[in-house]
Design a binder for this molecule. Structure first.
Ligand code: HEM
Length: 304
């Protein structure tokens, strides 16, 4: 299996999510950057080993053939599928390139993002930029511990990395991102117990409530053989108290986008028994984009 990009890196305390569009004519600069990305990460991070700096690049469906004409197209790469439920919608928004930068220090993320943008300026547009941070004891801004049920070790690699089903894309991973904004005034007007039933976990202890129709239940999905189908989430809180912005940046890696898409359908369209995920009554996605993060070897091969 080709070496993957560091998609399996552990959750860190700081992150930057950059979503870019590639200008017509900007392709050579972007290809050069992708070929040098691992080297750039080493250059910025090497002197700070405790900083655990990493970067994953994802490439969008619309730009794939234009940007990487010599490379086989991943079999399941397609634009993010918009969803319109009875109450809530998940929009699809532009994005050709995702840079998911992680470290234990915000300054290292900032420094690498700065180097990347210095290389790309004039060749790309910036669709979205979010600086995420760890909040308290791994909580989202709704106040709940987020990330508990993530797969780890070999289970994570199996859930996240494309294998022999698509040899040209092996070692890569499909990534879906959505930027959610929370209505914290409305959320905080609920009792803690009401919140716990919406999420499906106790707020203090993080223990599951077993509530039917909760966020946890709607996102627990099984394959035809009855085994649970997992994704790897690296969600990060972000916000700006001064302007009243509070959010969760959702990012989910998966071996096939179909798993994440089934979760999203449950959340927005319901699962038959439940009309929609009530987390959405307090959280609105303002972006939605799908990318493919090729194996590290594939990116390295773009270097001159
Ligand atoms: C506003 C955005 C979101 C927030 C605040 C949020 C928060 C949470 C929390 C607190 C948990 C429980 C602890 C855990 O296992 O991580 C959880 C579980 C989970 N969430 Fe989300 N989530 C959000 C969006 C999403 C989206 C968009 C998806 C999928 C497309 C998703 C998929 C999952 C999955 C798979 C689980 C684990 C279920 C299980 O097996 O127990 N979440 N989320």
């Amino acid at each position: 299996m080709p070496t993957p990009q560091p998609v399996l890196s552990p959750l860190t305390t700081a992150s930057v999510f950059l979503v870019l569009t590639v200008d017509q004519g900007g392709e050579p600069a972007v290809r050069d950057l992708l070929g040098d990305l691992a080297g750039l990460q080493r250059a910025v991070g090497f002197g700070h080993p405790a900083g655990e700096l990493s970067v994953v690049a994802g490439i969008g469906s619309d730009v794939w053939d234009r940007l990487l004409p010599g490379l086989a197209r991943p079999a399941e790469l397609h634009p993010f599928a918009e969803l319109h439920g009875a109450r809530h919608s998940a929009p699809a928004t532009p994005g050709d390139l995702l840079l998911h930068i992680r470290a234990t220090r915000q300054d290292l993320c900032f420094s690498l993002a700065t180097e990347i943008m210095a290389r790309l300026r004039g060749s790309v547009g910036v669709a979205d930029e979010v600086q995420g941070f760890a909040y308290l004891d791994q909580r989202d801004l709704l106040g709940f511990v987020d990330g508990t049920e993530n797969p780890v070790g070999a289970e994570a690699a199996d859930a996240v990395l494309v294998g022999e089903e698509d040899p040209g894309a092996a070692g890569g991973s499909y990534v879906i991102v959505q930027k959610y904004l929370h209505d914290l005034d409305a959320w905080n007007a609920l009792t803690v117990e009401q919140q716990e039933h919406i999420v499906g976990r106790r707020k203090l202890t993080n223990v599951e409530t077993g509530t039917p129709g909760s966020h946890v239940e709607l996102n627990t999905i099984t394959g035809p053989d009855g085994s649970e189908r997992k994704i790897l989430r690296d969600n990060m809180p972000f916000g700006s108290p001064g302007s009243g912005e509070f959010g969760t940046y959702f990012i989910g890696y998966a071996r096939t986008p179909a798993v994440t898409e089934e979760m999203l359908r449950h959340m927005f369209l319901g699962d038959g028994a439940t009309e929609h995920d009530r987390i959405l009554d307090f959280s609105t996605p303002v972006t939605g984009t799908l990318f493919f993060a090729p194996a590290a070897d594939t990116l390295d091969s773009l270097a001159d």
